[in-house]
Design a protein around this ligand. Sequence first.
Ligand code: FCB
Length: 480
Amino acid sequence: MTHAVTHVELPSDFLFGAATSAYQIEGGWDADGKGPSIWDRFTHRPGRIRNGDTGDTAAETYRNFQTDIDMMRALGLDAYRFSIAWSRVMPDGRGRVNDKGLDYYDRLVDALLAKGLIPFPTLFHWDLPQALEDDKGGFVHRDTAEYFADYAAAVVRRLGDRVDHWTTLNEPWVHATMGYLIGVHAPGRRDPWAYLRVVHHQLLGHGLAMARIRALRPTARVGIALNLTPFYQAGDSPHDREAADTGDQLLNRLFLDPLFRGRYPDPLWGKMRLFHPRIRPGDMDLIAQPLDFLGVNYYTRSVLRYHRLVPLLHLWPKELGMIAGVDRGPSGVTYTAMGWEVYPAGLFETLLRLKKEYGNPTIYITENGAAFLDTVEPGGRIRDEERRAFLEQHLAVTGAAARVGVDVRGYFVWSIIDNFEWAYGFDKRFGLVHVDFATQQRIIKDSGHWYARLIRAVHGAENGAYEGRGTQGPDSSSHL
Ligand code: FCB
């Protein structure tokens, strides 16, 4: 049975959640025996992060997670996606286990379960132990894949009796591209020779970890979260079409094809021959083990045109064209504070494509959300109508995809709280809940209240109506 709420229609057993990651919220960067991660090192170097921000204290959830869990409960969330900091559990990335680090996640999981929230941990959300970067070059080295699987096993031994859903990696494309090719993320390397090694060894780490998790917990559900971005051609020329296709291979298929088809995408892979990692017999089988679910992180689309002077790939993002005055953004289009075009149809297309081309996997939308400039009114209210509309539109197309047979079972807003947005520091706010980073005070934004009402409406009346603040005025949220 489905329930209509404004434009959103979803099955009543649909899972609603919100997401965070360890480095972005926890703080406590050197507490209780935690080893440094590449993000600790990177943010401590001057000039890397906007305003010199670091995640040293962030939203301080290492000190206090209970407030946020109580809030998630009050909003009626079903599940919470968080990540585990590898270097809390293994300060050197391998070998010795730090029990105090595991204790923290143990308490977190218990606190979630006590409030009826399903824990959805991710094992790697980019905060690689610095020791592995120093000794091995991180995932540039194949050994890191093995260490990752050992770490995953240590976590699952401790938490596997209470956690059913495991996500191995978050957005391996971003870690490889931003961290090792472009250098705007930790560890800040710019090394085309490292790039495809980091891609392959992360995927191998995923495969090895998956096998270990299943051996320890045969009933566990294991998946991976990919950032997927549909590519469109800027003009009508076959060259532009080729550019869009190359972009798609470089970002989406570079991970989808090995995971679902056991091979890297051609013709791109062939063109990048010079940079290939060594692939050993059995690697691709490990990588292509059937997933229990695919996590989809969706934010925007990308529009590309062909450029003959861009080596190898010939692609030129339209955004650059706009800066150079070649292209203009379409009128009537909204951009978020990240400069990302709001394009919900791209989520629908992505979901449909996964059904048609990748065997209709079980999907959770593990991230979707938007940064906008939020203003706290004197009374303490935050009217983030743009964020609310963004969420509504994307949930509406998620429902539409479910109705045409896409096996999408849940949706996690990025994020429950404002947090450390990587290279942008605290400048970009994605939360359903506002955080004052000086006082650690939380205020639920209008979008958070709206999400709570949506969840109540979709799940039906048995949970009771949401008692939080109503939204006045003739906007569509008042339908809730
Ligand atoms: C994704 C990341 C997440 C967050 C959002 C805005 O790429 O997985 O940590 O930064 O973008």
